[in-house]
Design a protein around this ligand. Structure first.
Ligand code: PMT
Length: 221
Protein backbone atom coordinates (compact mmCIF):
# COMPACT_ATOMS: atom_id res chain seq x y z
CA UNK A 1 0.00 0.00 0.00
CA UNK A 2 1.52 3.29 -1.12
CA UNK A 3 2.01 5.31 2.05
CA UNK A 4 2.34 9.06 1.76
CA UNK A 5 -0.91 9.72 -0.11
CA UNK A 6 -2.13 11.67 2.93
CA UNK A 7 1.23 13.17 3.98
CA UNK A 8 0.74 16.54 5.66
CA UNK A 9 -3.05 16.18 5.85
CA UNK A 10 -5.21 16.26 8.97
CA UNK A 11 -8.18 13.90 9.09
CA UNK A 12 -11.05 13.62 11.57
CA UNK A 13 -12.98 10.32 11.66
CA UNK A 14 -16.07 9.40 13.72
CA UNK A 15 -16.83 5.78 14.62
CA UNK A 16 -19.06 3.53 16.65
CA UNK A 17 -22.58 4.14 17.92
CA UNK A 18 -23.79 6.99 20.08
CA UNK A 19 -25.56 6.47 23.40
CA UNK A 20 -28.57 8.59 24.33
CA UNK A 21 -29.40 8.30 28.01
CA UNK A 22 -32.95 7.48 29.13
CA UNK A 23 -31.92 7.38 32.79
CA UNK A 24 -28.56 6.77 34.56
CA UNK A 25 -28.52 3.07 33.62
CA UNK A 26 -30.47 2.87 30.34
CA UNK A 27 -30.08 4.35 26.89
CA UNK A 28 -30.82 4.25 23.17
CA UNK A 29 -28.03 2.96 20.96
CA UNK A 30 -27.41 0.70 17.92
CA UNK A 31 -25.33 -2.26 16.75
CA UNK A 32 -22.25 -0.39 15.43
CA UNK A 33 -19.08 -2.07 16.76
CA UNK A 34 -16.71 0.68 15.57
CA UNK A 35 -14.75 -1.78 13.38
CA UNK A 36 -15.33 0.10 10.11
CA UNK A 37 -14.51 3.54 11.53
CA UNK A 38 -11.40 2.32 13.38
CA UNK A 39 -10.19 0.66 10.15
CA UNK A 40 -10.72 3.95 8.27
CA UNK A 41 -8.79 5.90 10.94
CA UNK A 42 -5.91 3.39 10.80
CA UNK A 43 -5.79 3.43 6.99
CA UNK A 44 -5.66 7.26 6.98
CA UNK A 45 -2.82 7.17 9.54
CA UNK A 46 -0.92 4.58 7.45
CA UNK A 47 -1.29 6.87 4.42
CA UNK A 48 0.54 9.60 6.35
CA UNK A 49 -2.28 11.69 7.86
CA UNK A 50 -2.49 13.11 11.35
CA UNK A 51 -5.71 11.45 12.51
CA UNK A 52 -8.19 12.25 15.27
CA UNK A 53 -10.75 9.51 15.89
CA UNK A 54 -13.88 10.55 17.76
CA UNK A 55 -15.51 7.37 18.95
CA UNK A 56 -18.79 6.48 20.60
CA UNK A 57 -18.80 3.59 23.11
CA UNK A 58 -17.05 0.50 21.65
CA UNK A 59 -15.19 -2.54 23.00
CA UNK A 60 -12.20 -1.88 20.69
CA UNK A 61 -8.79 -0.65 21.90
CA UNK A 62 -7.59 2.76 20.66
CA UNK A 63 -5.88 2.30 17.28
CA UNK A 64 -2.11 2.84 17.37
CA UNK A 65 -0.77 6.26 16.37
CA UNK A 66 -4.28 7.72 16.15
CA UNK A 67 -5.43 10.34 18.67
CA UNK A 68 -8.64 8.78 20.02
CA UNK A 69 -11.30 10.68 21.94
CA UNK A 70 -14.19 8.81 23.57
CA UNK A 71 -17.66 10.33 23.71
CA UNK A 72 -21.15 9.01 24.50
CA UNK A 73 -23.97 11.14 23.14
CA UNK A 74 -24.54 12.70 19.72
CA UNK A 75 -24.23 16.14 21.31
CA UNK A 76 -20.79 15.22 22.76
CA UNK A 77 -19.69 13.78 19.40
CA UNK A 78 -20.92 16.93 17.64
CA UNK A 79 -19.02 19.21 20.04
CA UNK A 80 -15.80 17.16 19.87
CA UNK A 81 -15.94 17.11 16.06
CA UNK A 82 -16.31 20.90 15.86
CA UNK A 83 -13.43 21.41 18.32
CA UNK A 84 -11.08 19.21 16.29
CA UNK A 85 -12.25 19.95 12.73
CA UNK A 86 -10.98 23.54 12.76
CA UNK A 87 -7.72 22.86 10.88
CA UNK A 88 -8.71 19.53 9.34
CA UNK A 89 -8.53 18.84 5.61
CA UNK A 90 -10.83 15.81 5.52
CA UNK A 91 -13.81 14.62 7.60
CA UNK A 92 -15.06 11.03 7.38
CA UNK A 93 -18.28 10.30 9.32
CA UNK A 94 -18.44 6.55 9.86
CA UNK A 95 -20.29 6.70 13.19
CA UNK A 96 -23.83 5.35 13.39
CA UNK A 97 -25.22 8.45 15.04
CA UNK A 98 -28.60 8.34 16.79
CA UNK A 99 -31.21 10.31 14.86
CA UNK A 100 -33.41 10.81 17.95
CA UNK A 101 -32.77 11.19 21.67
CA UNK A 102 -35.06 11.33 24.72
CA UNK A 103 -36.25 14.90 25.27
CA UNK A 104 -35.02 14.55 28.84
CA UNK A 105 -33.07 11.90 30.73
CA UNK A 106 -34.44 10.97 34.16
CA UNK A 107 -32.12 11.86 37.05
CA UNK A 108 -32.82 8.57 38.85
CA UNK A 109 -33.48 5.04 37.61
CA UNK A 110 -37.03 4.88 36.23
CA UNK A 111 -39.22 2.51 38.31
CA UNK A 112 -41.50 -0.03 36.65
CA UNK A 113 -44.70 1.25 38.23
CA UNK A 114 -46.58 1.87 34.96
CA UNK A 115 -48.10 -0.82 32.70
CA UNK A 116 -47.24 1.29 29.63
CA UNK A 117 -44.93 4.21 29.18
CA UNK A 118 -44.09 6.57 26.35
CA UNK A 119 -40.67 7.99 25.62
CA UNK A 120 -40.72 11.40 24.00
CA UNK A 121 -37.92 11.76 21.45
CA UNK A 122 -36.44 14.73 19.60
CA UNK A 123 -34.03 14.99 16.66
CA UNK A 124 -30.31 15.06 17.39
CA UNK A 125 -27.98 17.56 15.69
CA UNK A 126 -26.78 16.37 12.26
CA UNK A 127 -22.99 16.25 12.68
CA UNK A 128 -22.24 15.52 9.03
CA UNK A 129 -24.41 18.32 7.65
CA UNK A 130 -22.97 20.78 10.17
CA UNK A 131 -19.40 19.91 9.08
CA UNK A 132 -20.25 20.25 5.39
CA UNK A 133 -21.82 23.67 6.12
CA UNK A 134 -18.61 25.07 7.69
CA UNK A 135 -16.83 27.88 5.85
CA UNK A 136 -14.37 26.73 4.70
CA UNK A 137 -15.59 23.13 4.75
CA UNK A 138 -13.19 20.19 4.82
CA UNK A 139 -13.48 17.49 2.14
CA UNK A 140 -16.55 15.81 3.65
CA UNK A 141 -17.32 12.10 3.40
CA UNK A 142 -20.50 10.58 4.81
CA UNK A 143 -21.46 6.95 5.22
CA UNK A 144 -24.96 5.71 4.47
CA UNK A 145 -26.41 2.58 6.00
CA UNK A 146 -29.29 1.42 3.85
CA UNK A 147 -31.42 -1.69 3.61
CA UNK A 148 -32.61 -0.92 0.03
CA UNK A 149 -32.13 1.46 -2.94
CA UNK A 150 -28.52 2.03 -1.93
CA UNK A 151 -27.46 4.38 -4.71
CA UNK A 152 -30.65 6.45 -4.75
CA UNK A 153 -30.64 7.07 -0.99
CA UNK A 154 -26.90 7.78 -0.96
CA UNK A 155 -27.28 10.32 -3.76
CA UNK A 156 -30.09 12.05 -1.87
CA UNK A 157 -27.77 12.39 1.16
CA UNK A 158 -24.89 13.60 -1.03
CA UNK A 159 -27.02 16.38 -2.51
CA UNK A 160 -29.10 17.34 0.54
CA UNK A 161 -26.05 17.67 2.80
CA UNK A 162 -23.68 19.00 0.09
CA UNK A 163 -21.07 16.28 0.63
CA UNK A 164 -18.06 15.38 -1.51
CA UNK A 165 -18.67 11.63 -1.27
CA UNK A 166 -21.06 9.15 0.30
CA UNK A 167 -19.86 5.60 1.06
CA UNK A 168 -23.04 3.53 1.09
CA UNK A 169 -23.27 0.10 2.65
CA UNK A 170 -26.05 -2.38 2.74
CA UNK A 171 -27.06 -3.22 6.29
CA UNK A 172 -29.35 -5.80 7.82
CA UNK A 173 -29.57 -8.14 10.79
CA UNK A 174 -26.30 -9.85 9.83
CA UNK A 175 -24.59 -7.51 7.35
CA UNK A 176 -22.72 -4.25 7.86
CA UNK A 177 -22.97 -3.73 11.62
CA UNK A 178 -20.52 -5.74 13.74
CA UNK A 179 -19.26 -7.97 10.91
CA UNK A 180 -15.58 -8.26 9.88
CA UNK A 181 -16.27 -7.73 6.17
CA UNK A 182 -18.15 -5.04 4.30
CA UNK A 183 -18.68 -3.68 0.78
CA UNK A 184 -19.21 -0.05 -0.24
CA UNK A 185 -20.80 1.86 -3.09
CA UNK A 186 -18.98 5.18 -3.43
CA UNK A 187 -21.43 7.80 -4.67
CA UNK A 188 -20.11 11.16 -5.90
CA UNK A 189 -21.36 13.91 -8.20
CA UNK A 190 -21.30 12.20 -11.60
CA UNK A 191 -19.69 8.92 -10.51
CA UNK A 192 -20.40 5.60 -8.78
CA UNK A 193 -17.64 3.15 -7.79
CA UNK A 194 -18.15 -0.26 -6.24
CA UNK A 195 -15.72 -1.63 -3.65
CA UNK A 196 -16.57 -5.35 -3.32
CA UNK A 197 -17.04 -7.38 -0.11
CA UNK A 198 -13.69 -7.73 1.72
CA UNK A 199 -12.22 -7.42 5.24
CA UNK A 200 -12.90 -3.95 6.71
CA UNK A 201 -9.14 -3.16 7.00
CA UNK A 202 -8.60 -3.78 3.28
CA UNK A 203 -11.80 -1.98 2.32
CA UNK A 204 -10.76 1.04 4.41
CA UNK A 205 -7.42 1.23 2.56
CA UNK A 206 -9.24 1.18 -0.80
CA UNK A 207 -11.58 3.93 0.42
CA UNK A 208 -8.65 6.08 1.61
CA UNK A 209 -6.89 5.66 -1.76
CA UNK A 210 -10.09 6.77 -3.52
CA UNK A 211 -10.51 9.80 -1.24
CA UNK A 212 -6.83 10.77 -1.75
CA UNK A 213 -7.33 10.85 -5.53
CA UNK A 214 -10.50 12.93 -5.26
CA UNK A 215 -9.06 15.27 -2.62
CA UNK A 216 -6.03 15.97 -4.81
CA UNK A 217 -8.18 16.53 -7.91
CA UNK A 218 -10.33 19.03 -5.99
CA UNK A 219 -7.37 20.92 -4.59
CA UNK A 220 -5.33 21.14 -7.77
CA UNK A 221 -8.33 22.12 -9.89
O1 PMT B 1 -19.17 -0.09 13.33
P1 PMT B 1 -19.35 -1.35 12.47
O2 PMT B 1 -19.96 -2.47 13.27
O3 PMT B 1 -18.08 -1.75 11.77
O4 PMT B 1 -20.43 -1.03 11.33
C1 PMT B 1 -20.13 -0.07 10.33
C2 PMT B 1 -21.37 0.77 9.96
C3 PMT B 1 -22.41 -0.11 9.29
C4 PMT B 1 -21.95 1.44 11.20
C5 PMT B 1 -20.81 1.87 8.99
O5 PMT B 1 -20.25 1.27 7.86
C6 PMT B 1 -21.90 2.86 8.57
O6 PMT B 1 -22.67 2.63 7.66
N1 PMT B 1 -21.98 4.01 9.28
C7 PMT B 1 -23.04 5.02 9.09
C8 PMT B 1 -24.28 4.52 9.71
C9 PMT B 1 -25.38 5.53 9.73
O7 PMT B 1 -25.72 6.04 10.75
O8 PMT B 1 -25.88 5.84 8.56
P2 PMT B 1 -27.04 6.95 8.35
O9 PMT B 1 -27.52 6.72 6.97
O10 PMT B 1 -28.03 6.94 9.47
O11 PMT B 1 -26.26 8.33 8.47
C10 PMT B 1 -25.68 8.97 7.35
C11 PMT B 1 -24.48 9.77 7.71
O12 PMT B 1 -24.86 10.88 8.55
C12 PMT B 1 -23.37 9.03 8.47
O13 PMT B 1 -22.12 9.47 7.97
C13 PMT B 1 -23.58 9.47 9.91
O14 PMT B 1 -22.33 9.47 10.62
C14 PMT B 1 -24.11 10.90 9.73
N2 PMT B 1 -25.00 11.40 10.79
C15 PMT B 1 -26.24 10.84 11.00
C16 PMT B 1 -27.08 11.39 11.95
C17 PMT B 1 -26.65 12.50 12.72
N3 PMT B 1 -27.42 13.03 13.65
N4 PMT B 1 -25.43 13.02 12.51
C18 PMT B 1 -24.61 12.51 11.55
O15 PMT B 1 -23.49 13.01 11.35
Amino acid sequence: FASGEFDGLTVVVTAGPTWEAIDPVRGLTNRSSGKMGYAVATAAMEAGAKVTLISGPTALPDPERVRTLRVESTQEMHDAVHTHIVDADIFIGVAAVADYRPVRAADGKIKKTLEKMTLELERTPDILASVAARKPAPFTVGFAAETENLEQHARQKLEAKKLDLVAANRVGADIGFGTDENSLLLVEPGAVTELPMQPKAKLARALIRHIATRYRAKHTA
